[in-house]
Ligand binder design. Structure first.
Ligand code: V07
Length: 259
C-alpha cells in the first residue's frame, strides 16, 4: 500500500495509481452518504449501515493521515437530520460516545487531533461530553486534524456569522465598507483551521451529486469528486483514487492563483 510514498517508488504495473506526494490535498471534506442504502440492500436495519460506516470512518482517518492530509472533515450529522425517525436520531447521537470509547487511543497513536464544528449545545448532554472529551484528549496531537461536522448546516453557519458581524457594526467596532471576505471566513466555524479552512477536495459517496448545505462559503475553489460506492464500502484505495483524480485536475482559482 502507498508504494508511491517509498523512496524511488516505481509503479509495479502501468495502471497502479502513483500519487504525487507534493500535491496531496491539504484539506479533504467527505459527505459520507449511503449508509442506510447499503444496509437496505442487504436487508439489514438502517442503523447497521451507520455502524459499518463508523468502521469506515476509522479506516479512512488513518489512511488520510498516512497520505499526509492536514485536515479531514467528515459530515456526520446535518441540522436537517433531526427530521429522521426519533429512534435513528437517538442511535446516531450515541456514535460520538462509542467513537470516543473505542478510537481515541488509536488517534493519539497516530498523532490525530479531533475537532468538531456545529451547533453542539443542541446535542444530548452525553454526546456533548464525548465530543469535548475527544477534543481534550487529543489536544496535544500535532498531525492531521479530524474535523467532524456535527449538527452542522452551512446556511445557519453563514447566518450566525452575518449576525455576529452586524453586531460589531451596530456597536461601532466595524464599518460596513470594511467587511472583507477574509473577515467573513474568520467568523465561520472553520476559522480555527487557519490556512486549511477551505477544502481542496470534496468527496461525496453513494452516487449522489449535490452539496446538501455543506461548506457553501468554503468550497469556492474546491474540486469535487463524486463516487458511486456507499460509505460503508469506501476504502483507502478509493480515497487514493479520489486524490489521483484531484491531482489530474487543473485548479485555476478563478484565474487569481495558479498551482
Ligand atoms: C456517525 C458514523 C459515520 C457514518 C455516518 C453516520 C453515523 C463518528 C462520529 C463522531 C462525531 C463527533 C465526534 C466523534 C465522533 C459520528 C455521528 C454519526 C452523529 F466528536 N461517526 N459518527 N457522529 N456515524
Amino acid at each position: 500500500m502507498f508504494s508511491w510514498l517509498k523512496k524511488d517508488a516505481v509503479p509495479s504495473s502501468p495502471d497502479e495509481l502513483v500519487l504525487d506526494p507534493n500535491n496531496i490535498p491539504a484539506h479533504i471534506a467527505i459527505i459520507m452518504d449511503g449508509n442506510g442504502r447499503w444496509a437496505q440492500k442487504r436487508h439489514l436495519p438502517r442503523v447497521a449501515g451507520h455502524k459499518q460506516g463508523m468502521d469506515t470512518v476509522k479506516t479512512i482517518t488513518i489512511a488520510a493521515s498516512d497520505l499526509g492530509v492536514k485536515v479531514l472533515t467528515l459530515y456526520a450529522f446535518s441540522t436537517e437530520n433531526w427530521k429522521r425517525p426519533e429512534d435513528e436520531v437517538n442511535y446516531l447521537m450515541k456514535f460520538p460516545v462509542d467513537f470516543f470509547d473505542t478510537f481515541v487511543p488509536d488517534l493519539i497513536k497516530n498523532n490525530v487531533r479531533v475537532n468538531v464544528m456545529g451547533y453542539l449545545d443542541q446535542l444530548p448532554k452525553q454526546t456533548q461530553k464525548a465530543v469535548y472529551d475527544a477534543m481534550a484528549d487529543t489536544k496535544d496531537c500535532t498531525g492531521m486534524v479530524l474535523n467532524f461536522a456535527l449538527n452542522y448546516g452551512s446556511r445557519a453557519e453563514i447566518t450566525t456569522a452575518m449576525t455576529d458581524i452586524a453586531k460589531e457594526v451596530a456597536a461601532g467596532q466595524l464599518k460596513p465598507d470594511d467587511i472583507t471576505d477574509d473577515m467573513i471566513s474568520q467568523h465561520l466555524m472553520t476559522a480555527s483551521l487557519g490556512e486549511y479552512a477551505d477544502p481542496d477536495l470534496i468527496i461525496r459517496t453513494s452516487g449522489e451529486e449535490r452539496i446538501s448545505n455543506f461548506l457553501l462559503w468554503q468550497m469556492a475553489y474546491s474540486e469535487f469528486v463524486f463516487m458511486t460506492p456507499h460509505w460503508p464500502e469506501f476504502t483507502p484505495e478509493l480515497l487514493q483514487e479520489a486524490v489521483y483524480t484531484y491531482q489530474h485536475r487543473k485548479r485555476r482559482f478563478g484565474g487569481l492563483k495558479n498551482k
